[in-house]
Design a protein around this ligand. Structure first.
Ligand code: AMP
Ligand code: TRP
Length: 344
């Protein structure tokens, strides 16, 4: 993260996850685990539960409430300390929507049209998609730039959105002749920036995949985790001694990446360790490792979920601290744009 030093902005990390369905292993390895590592490195970290992004596609209100608390519990159970990091849900800080509006007027329709997530989520009948889904990346830019965040840890699928955030910051700075918003860096690192489905090595693991067998949920019990890895699609070859040998074996490569990320090693080291072994050996080893790493998180999530009032209190406290950073940046943005704020 050395490049942040080149700018006038103090390093600050922001990231967010949507409260939709359960957290899955891809979210954990590609996002949450790395959020915790960044927190532990001592940098200022702000993590958001992006409920306003979630409702760009229909959410049942009681499911949304439950998923918001469960995601908060997941973050904390995975090691996020709500005293050291700021943890809150987006809708409690109105400045996100306010800055989002300004960015709706900075971003261009053509930019939004090129977003692959928009194309995927809107599907064939984009006329029926919500306007919010189309504007989603502009709200995401607001989430990040509202805190002058310099670094955004995300999985590979979010790279395009962070690049758009950079475009919005540059256009705003250029149009208003200021150097106000930082040009944020995506941080896409580690062995598991794109965890694939356990059923199909060409699809990413997702909370919304109709097949529960395709993913490991953070709430799965030990037997379910072991059973899902046992049934994971693979080929019949033993593991090679080098990564080059996994080139055309996406399912095998995925399991190796998962093992590497869970055990904090490189994928090279994992193949070297299991060279020549078949999946009859590798899958149980992977299942044991996953259970050892994930079971304590599931247990802690259950404990936290038993006290929803405490979760709500933590989110309220985080929102207050987030607001204290966001408000002056929003006020300055309004001023740059030429909007009057009367003293009251
Ligand atoms: P979402 O569940 O779409 O809100 O994603 C939350 C975070 O998890 C984002 O940073 C994603 O890039 C990351 N993520 C989601 N699925 C995966 C995956 N299969 N592999 C790696 N990262 C992922
Ligand atoms: N778009 C992200 C996703 O679907 C979630 C998100 C919203 C986000 N705002 C963000 C991620 C700001 C990083 C920074 O995963």
């Amino acid at each position: 993260m050395a490049d942040a030093a080149k700018t006038k902005f103090t390093p600050r990390v922001f990231s967010g996850i949507q409260p939709t369905n359960h957290l899955q292993l891809g979210n954990y390895l590609g996002a949450v685990k790395r959020f915790v590592q960044m927190q532990d490195s001592g940098i200022e970290t702000i993590y958001c539960i992006v409920d306003q992004h979630a409702i760009t596609v229909w959410q049942d209100p009681s499911d949304l409430r439950h998923a918001t608390r469960e995601l908060a519990a997941g973050y904390i159970a995975a090691g996020l300390d709500p005293k050291r990091s700021i943890l809150f849900n987006q809708s409690q800080v109105p400045a996100h929507a306010q800055l989002g509006w300004i960015f709706n007027c900075v971003a261009r329709m053509g930019w939004m049209n090129r977003m692959t997530q928009w194309k995927d989520k809107a599907g064939k009948d984009s006329e029926k998609a919500s306007l919010g889904l189309f504007a989603y990346p502009s709200l995401m830019a607001a989430d990040i730039l509202l805190y002058h965040a310099t670094h955004v840890p995300v999985g590979e699928d979010q790279k395009q959105h962070v690049e758009l955030t950079r475009d919005i910051a540059m256009k705003f700075n250029h149009d208003y002749k200021v150097d106000f918003f930082p040009i944020t860096e995506p941080v896409i690192e580690g062995a598991a920036t794109r965890v694939m489905s356990l059923r199909d090595g060409s699809k990413k693991m997702s909370k919304s995949d109709p097949s529960d067998q395709s993913r490991i949920n953070l709430t799965d019990d030990a037997d379910t985790i072991a059973q899902k890895f046992r049934k994971a699609r693979t080929d019949a070859e033993p593991l090679p001694g080098t990564l080059a040998g996994l080139k055309d074996r996406p399912e095998a490569r995925n399991l190796v990446n998962i093992y590497a990320a869970l055990s904090d090693q490189t994928a090279e080291k994992v193949v070297a360790e299991f060279a020549g072994q078949g999946f009859g050996t590798f899958k149980p080893a992977l299942a044991d490792l996953a259970v050892a790493k994930l079971s304590p998180i599931a247990t802690e999530m259950k404990r936290l979920m038993a006290d929803p009032a405490e979760i709500d209190r933590i989110l309220g406290d985080g929102a207050e601290r987030a607001n204290a950073i966001a408000e002056p940046i929003l006020a300055k943005t309004f001023d740059i744009v030429g909007m009057i704020r009367s003293q009251r």
